[in-house]
Structures are given as C-alpha cells and as structure tokens.
Design a binder for this molecule. Structure first.
Ligand code: AOS
Ligand code: ZN
Ligand code: ZN
Length: 388
C-alpha cells in the first residue's frame, strides 16, 4: 500500500486492546516493586486504560482477567467503561493460581479438578454475556515436569473434552481464543505448547475457536511471521498478545526488544488481510511493567505497534511483487528494508492531528499531570497488582 491516505485510514481504524493487569503492580518472582498511584480496583484500571485511549486514540478496548478483575456488578463495570469511552475486550480466564491446579486444570487426572476448571471457564462466558466481551481467552499452564508423570495423549483427550464443553456454551457472537506457550510453568511437556496444537484443537472445535499468538511464547529463532501468515491463510488467527522478549516470556513492551520482528509480523498481517475488519484479528497487548511507569509504558507499546504497522503499510507492494516474480532476491529484500528504515513518526503525528489528538501522545500524557494526580489521590486501600 503506497497511497498515503489509504495508509492513514488503516492506521486510524486499527484498534489495540490494552490489558488491565498492565496497569497494576507487577514484578518477577524475585520482587514486586510497588509504584505510587497504581489502581486499587478494576474501576481504576479502566480509568488508566482510558488515559491511554485519550492520548493515542486507538486503544478503546481493555482485556479483563478473572479473578483479578472480579467485581460484584459487571453491569456497573461495563457502564463505567462506556462512560470512559471504552469497551470490555477479552476475558482472560485463570486456571493457574489455585492449589487444586498443581497437576493441571482441564487436563488434570482427577475429574473433580477438571470440573472446577471448566466451571471457571463457563463463569468467564457468563462475564462475557454481562460485559459484552466478544472473546474468551484461554491460556493453560497445564503440563508435566517429569517423563512418565502423566499420559501425554490422555491429557490431550481431557483438554479436547473441556474445550468442547466451553465451546458449546459460547453465544453466536462470542469466540474462544486459545493461546499456546512453549514452556513455563511446566518444563517437560506443556499441554498446549505450540501453534500446531492450538490450531488442531481449534480446527476440530469450529469457526468460533481461533489461535492467539503471544509473541513471547516461542523458542528462540522461531519464525513467528510464518506462523502468522499460515494462520491467517487458514482463517484461524484470532488475536495477538504483543510483548517483547529477550529470553523467554519476558512480557516487556511490544517492539522494544525487536522492532524488526514486529515489522515482519505486521507485514504478514497486512498482506494477508489481517487489518481488514472481517478477519477480526484482535491486536492485544499482554505485558507487565515492572520497573517503568505503567501508563506511559502502555502508551509507548501502543505507538510501537502503530509504527510497525505504518512501516508494513508503506511497503511498495507492486515493486515487491515485481521483484518476487522476477526472482530478484536483493531487490525484494531491499523493498522491505526501505519501508522498515522509513521514519514513520511524522506520518503518525499527522494521523493523530487529523484525529484531533496531540502529535506526541507520550509527551502529552506526561505533561497532563495525570501521573502526579493519581499518585496523590490513590492512597490507602490495596494496590491492585499482578495476581491481586
Ligand atoms: C501467560 O503466559 C499468558 O501470556 C497469558 O496470556 C496470561 O493469561 C496473561 O499473561 C495474563 O495472566
Ligand atoms: Zn499471553
Ligand atoms: Zn505469557
């Protein structure tokens, strides 16, 4: 796409969903560093997400996490989101923080534990009904640590059975997004370790089941853009969990560690129709901000995704196709690199200006005084954190 007005239109319509847990205190297993002004409840998490949307204009959806965002009244939470110009995005289920799930949740050998896990997933669908959320996000920590610990194929049978029950419960406009992850917390055999396993289960389940690609969940060197191209071609890419990794599931800001990889991913998204509304790809962030201020970090993550998208959209498609047809390897690669090496910040500043926003959302937020305001107002109560 080289027509600038079409590029701008695509950038204006891209929606990036931010995670409620990205606004709370988080850390590693060594230490959680508390920050002043962090939300004390899900309502305040929404207020922080609204700040990101106010300054970027492209982040009107917020993923919730159950139980961390469990409230008495989901209608009130949804109403608050609407007042803030937001809507509720994916409901993230959690079957990984209960003692009963030590040996697994939906793949646990004991049917009573499997029942408890499936009941939680069904509760998440009830919350989707109450909040208007379109997506149930499933990530399972299930797996084994030692050879022989459990029957690998048997665990797949139990997983398939649980997924089928939850799939049946989905409404017409609701989807199930199945996420995979190579390892951690299980170190020998994870039950949904890769896109192939997730894809095979989703294919059996039906059209409402799609795969989530979390960019931090692969072995080093994995060609993630290939996975993206394949899943889009099959109509099975449901969403991204964007974040950056240097080593494993680092959950750092999207585009921070490897902006070139994010560009290559967005190129495959763009050429395979993933920016078209009908493909319904949900561009989510799944990040934790352990040592940096949270709202500014989410703003930067959103703009990093936008920059990668803008560069991908600027690729000269006809020059690329001509080079590919003629087998001119260096010219084809050159077309891609020209786009990647373009400074798209002025273009995005123009896009924002046309939307009535400040040209630099990061600077505008810092100048707004919100950070100081929440630090002085949000005192007392329990500061919400990862897992709180
Ligand atoms: C876990 O590693 C996954 O990335 C999940 O997406 C998880 O549900 C999310 O990080 C919130 O806990
Ligand atoms: Zn994730
Ligand atoms: Zn993860």
């Amino acid at each position: 796409m080289s027509d600038v007005s079409a590029v701008k239109a695509a950038l204006k319509s891209q929606v990036i969903e931010t995670p409620s847990w990205g606004y709370g205190n988080s850390g590693t297993r060594f230490k959680v560093f508390a920050q002043p002004g962090v939300p004390r409840d899900p309502f305040e998490k929404l207020a922080d997400a609204a700040q990101v949307n106010t300054y970027t204009g492209v982040a009107p959806k917020v993923s919730l996490h159950i139980p961390w965002d469990r409230v008495e009244d989901y209608t009130a939470l949804t109403r608050r989101a609407e007042e803030l110009g937001l809507r509720i995005g994916a409901i993230n289920s959690n079957v990984f923080q209960d003692d009963d799930f030590k040996l697994g949740s939906v793949t646990h050998p004991d049917p009573k534990v499997r029942r408890k896990a499936v009941d939680h997933l069904l509760e998440c669908v009830d919350i989707m009904d109450a909040t208007g959320s379109p997506d149930l996000k499933l990530w399972f920590s299930d797996g084994t640590n030692y050879p022989g610990q459990d029957d690998i194929a048997g665990r797949q049978d139990r997983l398939a059975e649980a997924l089928a029950e939850v799939y049946e419960r989905l409404g017409d406009d609701q989807r199930m997004l199945l996420e995979y992850k190579l390892f951690e917390p299980a170190f020998y055999a994870t039950d949904v370790p890769d896109w192939g396993t997730a894809y095979a289960h989703c294919l059996k389940l039906g059209p409402k089941a799609k795969v989530v690609v979390d960019t931090g969940h692969h072995a080093p060197g994995t060609n993630i853009e290939f996975i993206v191209a394949f899943l889009l071609r099959e109509g099975k890419l449901g969403a991204f969990d964007f974040n950056s990794r240097f080593y494993a599931d680092d959950d750092l800001m999207a585009g921070a560690a490897d902006p070139f990889q994010l560009f290559r991913i967005m190129h495959e998204v763009a050429v395979n129709g993933g920016l078209e509304p009908e493909t319904d790809v949900n561009f989510m962030l799944d990040q934790c901000h352990n040592i940096e201020a949270k709202i500014p970090a989410v703003i930067r993550s959103v703009t990093n995704v936008q920059e990668a998208t803008a560069k991908a959209l600027l690729i000269d498609a006809s020059a690329l196709a001509a080079a590919q047809r003629s087998g001119d390897v260096l010219a084809a690669n050159g077309v891609l690199m020209d786009a990647f090496n373009t400074d798209v910040r002025p273009l995005l500043a123009e896009v924002r200006e046309e939307l009535g926003l400040a040209r630099d959302p990061f600077a505008a937020y810092l100048a707004s005084g919100n950070q100081e305001r929440i630090a002085s107002e949000r005192v007392g109560g329990e500061q919400a954190g990862w897992g709180a």
